[in-house]
Design a protein around this ligand. Structure first.
Ligand SMILES: *[C@@H]1O[C@H](CO)[C@@H](O)[C@H](O)[C@H]1NC(C)=O
Ligand SMILES: *[C@@H]1O[C@H](CO)[C@@H](O)[C@H](O)[C@H]1NC(C)=O
Length: 252
């Protein structure tokens, strides 16, 4: 098929070439085609360059949009405000709370907003049996010097949003690893060794107390954390030293 087509084209060209009156016309056409092709090539190259440029700009916009629209949250325990970092803003300020320190069904620490909204009238379902209970949290820091001035005071907390960043809490670190920014640092705190267990939270190293929070109500309690015996192998953790923590953020 291809071969017969080529033969046909060659015969046609040959006929043109053999006829001297057509030679000029033939050459003129070839040159015209070449010029046309050159123009087409230049135009196409320009179009491709423009499209490449546009693609790059779109990709750049897309990256910044996805960066702007994503983000992460963390709780800053022990503080009423979030850190003064341009990409970090406060969602709400609240009070640390959790299950009662003596209750076996005691649940983990959470940051309760101070402006609760109830979806059912309280009178209809008041003081029923078979409920999970939650109490405000206090610093339980009378032994030792660290945070001793805050003993029995209620613990504030803030939910912080980091625009375009992801966050992580590093236990036992006072600084972040390379490529990460420090949001805040402090001390790891949790329930006491002989009480029903809760989660570890990172309390700011310059903690505050809730307003008028002096009463010792012993609801949920926060204690400093130490590493002792256990499967640490060649133990890098010093017995009796309070564990630190750092909350770090980074862009994607
Ligand atoms: C936040 O930091 C900026 C820059 O360091 C400073 O100008 C500003 O006063 C700080 N704001 C607060 C509320 O501390
Ligand atoms: C604490 O008191 C300050 C000053 O009176 C007030 O602005 C703030 O809203 C109070 N915070 C809470 C959690 O009650």
């Amino acid at each position: 098929m291809l071969r017969s087509l080529l033969t046909c084209v060659c015969l046609l060209l040959g006929a043109y070439a053999l006829d001297p009156t057509n030679t000029f016309e033939y050459e003129y056409h070839v040159v015209a085609k070449m010029v046309e092709f050159d123009l087409f090539k230049a135009e196409t190259a320009m179009k491709v360059a423009a499209l490449e440029n546009q693609l790059q700009m779109t990709q750049k916009t897309l990256r910044s949009v996805s960066r702007e629209q994503s983000g992460s949250t963390y709780i800053r325990w022990g503080k009423k405000t979030c850190p003064n970092i341009t990409t970090t803003s406060q969602v709400y300020s609240g009070q640390a709370a959790g299950g009662h320190y003596q209750h076996t069904g005691s649940a983990e620490y959470i940051c309760l907003p101070i402006d609760p909204e109830y979806d059912t009238p309280a009178v209809e379902d008041k003081e029923q049996q078979g409920r999970s209970l939650i109490c405000g949290a206090e610093y339980e820091t009378n032994s030792g010097t660290l945070f001793g001035h805050l003993h029995d005071r209620d613990v504030p907390c803030s939910l912080c949003y980091t625009r375009g960043k992801t966050t992580v809490m590093l236990p036992a670190r006072t600084s972040c690893y390379s490529g990460w920014t420090l949001e805040y640092r402090g001390f790891l705190m949790s329930s006491e060794a002989n009480q029903p267990g809760k989660n570890y939270v990172c309390v700011d190293n310059d903690p505050e107390e809730m307003n008028e929070s002096h009463a010792n109500k012993n609801g949920a309690l926060l204690y400093l954390v130490e590493a002792r015996e256990g499967s640490f192998g060649k133990n890098p953790y010093k017995p009796g030293w309070e564990l630190s923590c750092a909350v770090c953020s980074t862009t994607f």
